[in-house]
Design a protein. Structure first.
Length: 168
């Protein structure tokens, strides 16, 4: 079995660009062309900072919804990744999302808003599906508005914990 060595901080910074003291985090994310229904998806980004990355999140919503929800991203040794609930077949056509990072000086940086179409498995060549069963089974989605009481019905909610804004 070939073990991949972990990147040094210097190498990771070189991949995302140099972080400058007192600046917000640098976030580098390559959007996927599509995803598939009924499978949780994993979205990742390379994030670096002159200090420490305090939080990284993926904010998402079905296109056309008024409010976003988010999942926390965790560091896997190279990237920060977040697992989103599976879009329901024939209920969700496009997911709108962005990645945001906050550093230890409370400086924020986010990428542009992207749209990821939900397609049939035969039409989507490289979907960003979550392959780790434990992460797929422990998705926690956080609301961002007091009116959000549960996960949108356009996502599969089995095994997904929803945390309303009022509960935090």
């Amino acid at each position: 079995m070939n073990a991949r060595p972990l990147l040094s901080l210097a190498t990771a910074a070189a991949l995302t660009g140099p972080a400058t003291a007192g600046e917000p985090p640098l976030v580098n994310h390559q959007p996927s062309a599509c995803t598939v229904a009924q499978r949780p998806l994993s979205l990742c980004a390379r994030i670096s900072d002159d200090g420490q990355v305090a939080r990284a999140r993926v904010y998402f919503r079905p296109t056309g919804d008024k409010h976003y929800v988010f999942v926390e991203m965790s560091f896997d040794g190279i990237n920060y990744c977040g697992t989103l609930p599976a879009p329901k077949r024939k209920k969700l056509k496009v997911i709108e999302y962005y990645v945001q990072a906050i550093d230890d000086e409370y400086q924020t940086q986010r990428v542009s808003t992207y749209q990821i179409p939900v397609q049939d498995e035969t039409a989507c060549a490289f979907p960003p599906v979550e392959t780790d069963a434990a992460r797929a089974a422990s998705i926690v989605v956080h609301g961002t508005h007091k009116k959000q009481k549960k996960l949108s019905g356009r996502f599969v909610s089995d095994g997904v914990k929803f945390v309303p804004l009022a509960s935090r």
